[in-house]
Write a protein that binds this ligand. Sequence first.
Ligand code: ZN
Length: 438
Amino acid sequence: LRVEAGRFVAVEAYETSPPRGTEVVEAGDAVVLPGLVDPHVHMNDPGRADWEGFETATRAAASGGVTTLVDMPLNSLPPTTTVEALDAKREATRGRLWCDVAFWGGAVPGAEGELAALAAAGACGAKAFLADSGVPEFPRLEAPDLGTALEACGRLGVPLLVHAESQSLLDRARPPEGADARSYATWLAARPAAAEVEAVRLLGRLLAELAARGVRARAHVVHLSAAQALSEVAAARRAGLPLSAETCPHYLCLEAEQVADGATLFKCAPPIREAANRDALWEALAKGVISLVASDHSPSPPALKLLERGDFLGAWGGIASLGLGLSLVWTEASRRGHTLADLARWMSREPARLAGLEDQKGALEVGRDADFVLFDPGATWTVTPERLWTRHHVTPYGGRAVRGQVRACYLRGRRVYQDGRFDGAPAGACLSRREGGA
Ligand SMILES: [Zn+2]
């Protein structure tokens, strides 16, 4: 891999005598992977930087071989629903990025008019909720508004990312008065698979209606958890509709049977479901019905997880895993017969494509940024607080033995991380989706 001015300029047979003045990086026994692209991260900055923040998020990312993060529009204050808010985000990143960062805008009721300005300002697309988002400043869309947002994004040529759980089904599943809030079964019952199925079906129907009117809108289901919803995704794709889906390390590596009552570190929405559900998600990845793996890193201050009370209904719903994704997913993937090439597709190429960054990121190819990772696929290690670079060390993966370790991480040809140390100063950049991107 020959690098010049931060980009790959050749992929060729190794020369024993490279041109004079060339710096040579010997990978040794490590595998060279493209820098990962994580398209679903809540950095919560500005406004709730005490929950995470750009510096700690990008530092944790680089330690785990992630060279591009795409920031979610909510949990920061203000949420990224206007160009002013996007500008405030970019301002807050100054001098604090250990990897590159791009941004999703937010689609909230009555603000469809902002989507064009956000896209023109470089947002990669927009995110919307069909269920309550967990924060009051980011309201959910009802079906008609979702159609409007899909059409707006479709006309702009950017994807709409959707938190796909039907609020009306969640309302019906609300735990009864006096339900045992410490019981994981209570939380599972409160977020039934049917809510995901219903919401994905609605998305497919709206995409079909728009297609019939000549609007090619693209929708992406974030953090798909319920295997029952996969047939809805597959049906839409068979009909030629541009519907894609992601799942997350916690749905692929954890299962409901292992979650102890009161263990609110495992709370997220939609929830971590049973072992059989997990197997079905892996099959869907293998078949391409799920196209990518994203962290949905959604940390909070430890107090909000209500760890002492173990209250699944009151605790913040979100799982922190930034920096661990590659090892977590590889541990499980290698056991199931998948390859590092599969991981590179799920965690680099496809997420770069979703965010419209595929001419810059996502592969070890000539012309793309020289973002790469030296990865030792056979090394085993245990997740402990001192190995975490996120602001808080509250994660369900503490104490877990994993396989595969990032030795070094390079951003645009420059080493930013090696064996537990960071190099130089933060030199990450804010990225914009290119006009006319996929
Ligand atoms: Zn999220």
